[in-house]
Design a protein around this ligand. Structure first.
Ligand SMILES: Cc1cc2nc3c(=O)[nH]c(=O)nc-3n(C[C@H](O)[C@H](O)[C@H](O)COP(=O)(O)OP(=O)(O)OC[C@H]3O[C@@H](n4cnc5c(N)ncnc54)[C@H](O)[C@@H]3O)c2cc1C
Ligand code: FES
Length: 482
């Protein structure tokens, strides 16, 4: 059996950064990834590297205090420098480029010009490179914006594959892809059980996006959100800044340096398992892009999801009720800096180094003022679904007859069945009860997946888990068809 100092579970930015920092410090490390590395959200992100996460600083200063808002700022600014320094040590071309980041509000934004001015003022007090931007320098209907200088964009896939290559060369580092971790026993040493064997480790980092071993009731403290991206070919040169429109509708824009006139646009955020039909989301995002930009063609489209903590600060640190297990999650759509901060925090903690940001990010923190509203709405949502699924709206009992490409949830002999008929006419029938906590899954027509509206698990049409918190798949059912 393999024994290492630290086992890191997942191969996205949080896990790979942590593993790299521990290996650099001389630790033996095993990294265990269910899929191939950098194929999760990290491989499908917009990859803005910025400490300007929407309009965060006024909220942070109000609900956490100015000192903690300053820690958040310092941690995320340090993450940009950290990535830049690491890029300099890699052979890979990571497309790292410094540029300003702008968050702006439109006339219908939830925050007005006054809020933007306050954000600039708080950010400047925190030594952030912030300035106010008026409507004449903003895209489309922007009324006011906050601009942070010296932010960056990069290609996280090239960057992390470069880090992984270096890890794989180490005598004491082990990278296991297509290896699903099914359990972690927190002990001395810890035991990490996978579908391909067992690893012993003094410490375990669980960075599986949503922790697969939930000792901190994270399902009640993390809200899952999907959003949509298009790679568009523009008629003219893309802007040399990155933009984020807050309020309704959210809209994100970043240039892709080195890719000619291609730019990435994003938006259409919604809670996972809600907001169908999702194919319409791509159409609406394309309309928004065309209304704002000179779009010649759409080259690619995809969607992905992230989890936001109920108080908006990620959970990074020791897992509650465990001595040697650590978690990193809840990046809220800003995990490029967040995952890099996690790498620094977790490696410092495991190596016994002090870190001034630790208490702010602690998964055990209690932040009633900052989290009350989101905590209540997230859990009301999940509870409503659970009750509706089990008491009020049982799926209809009817014969299974679908056209190719169609999907439905029906009741059959007391069991809820999720059925999809492929374009080739073949039926795929699985149990509709989510393997996490039993809510009924919903069809996502854009991605052809079964998505859980309660806490964000997602499954392929054959029941294979695609997104945590679920670890187990949906049970395959043998079901008659027309
Ligand atoms: C549309 C969109 C745009 C975004 N844009 C930005 C941006 O511009 N800037 C920014 O900072 N952030 C952005 N983010 C957020 C950022 O991409 C994420 O926060 C970050 O990539 C999360 O990284 P991660 O390492 O936590 O998770 P992931 O990259 O998702 O990695 C999780 C990994 O865990 C593995 N795993 C799961 N279960 C198991 C198991 N049982 N055993 C082993 N492995 C397992 C999965 O296979 C997966 O590879 C965006 C997010 C979205 C949704
Ligand atoms: S994700 Fe929790 S019940 Fe489905």
């Amino acid at each position: 059996m393999l024994s290492v100092d630290t086992a890191v579970v997942e191969g996205g930015i949080a896990g790979l950064t942590t593993a790299a920092k521990l290996a650099e410090a001389g630790q033996s490390v095993a990294l265990l990834e269910r899929d191939r590395i950098v194929t999760g959200v990290t491989g499908h992100t917009t990859a803005k590297l910025t400490s300007l996460h929407g309009l965060p600083y006024h909220h942070l200063a109000d609900s956490f205090g100015v000192e903690d808002a300053g820690r958040y700022a310092a941690a995320n600014e340090a993450a940009i420098d950290d990535v830049e320094a690491t890029v300099g040590t890699l052979d890979a071309d990571c497309g790292f480029e410094r540029m300003p980041a702008v968050t702006y509000v439109g006339p219908d934004g939830e925050s007005g010009v006054g809020t933007v001015r306050e954000e600039v003022s708080v950010a400047r007090q925190l030594d952030l490179p912030a300035s106010f931007v008026g409507s004449s320098s903003l895209p489309d209907d922007g009324e006011a914006g906050v601009r942070f200088d010296e932010q960056a964009v990069f290609n996280p896939r090239s960057y992390l594959l470069g880090l992984a290559e270096r890890l794989a060369e180490g005598a004491d580092t082990h990278l296991f892809e297509e290896t699903t971790v099914t359990d972690v026993d927190d002990g001395e040493p810890c035991t990490v059980t996978t579908d391909r064997g067992t690893v012993r480790a003094d410490d375990v980092v669980l960075a599986t996006h949503f922790p697969i071993v939930d000792r901190g009731l994270y399902f009640s403290r993390l809200e899952p959100k999907r959003s949509y991206l298009l790679a568009v070919e523009l008629g003219g040169t893309p802007p040399s800044e990155m933009y984020y429109r807050t309020g309704d509708p959210h809209f994100s824009l970043r240039p892709l340096p080195g890719e000619g006139n291609t730019a990435l646009v994003g938006g259409q955020n919604h809670r996972t398992g809600h907001g169908s039909p999702t194919v319409d989301r791509y159409r609406r995002l394309a309309e928004q892009a065309r209304a704002r930009l000179d779009v010649e063609s759409i080259r690619y489209r995809w969607s992905t999801q992230d989890f936001t903590s109920v108080d908006t600060v990620p959970f990074v640190g020791p897992s509650p009720l465990a001595d040697h297990t650590y978690i990193a999650t809840g990046f809220g759509g800003w995990g490029m800096t967040g995952g890099t901060v996690a790498g620094r925090l977790l490696s410092d903690r495991i190596l016994g180094r002090e870190n001034d940001w630790a208490s702010l990010y602690s998964p055990e923190r209690l932040t009633v003022t900052a989290s009350a509203r989101k905590f209540a709405s997230h859990n009301r949502h999940s509870m409503e679904h659970y009750l509706e699924d089990y008491l009020l709206n049982r799926p209809p009992e009817r014969p299974l007859a679908l056209d190719p490409g169609e999907a439905t949830v029906i009741e059959h002999e007391g069991e809820s069945v999720a059925a999809y008929r492929g374009e080739d006419g073949e039926y795929h029938t699985v149990s509709a009860g989510c393997s996490h906590m039993g809510c009924l899954v919903e069809w996502n027509d854009g991605e052809r997946s079964w998505d859980c509206p309660c806490h964000g698990s997602r499954f392929d049409v054959d029941g294979t888990p695609l997104e945590t918190p679920a670890v187990e798949g949906l049970e395959q059912l043998d079901f008659g068809s027309d």
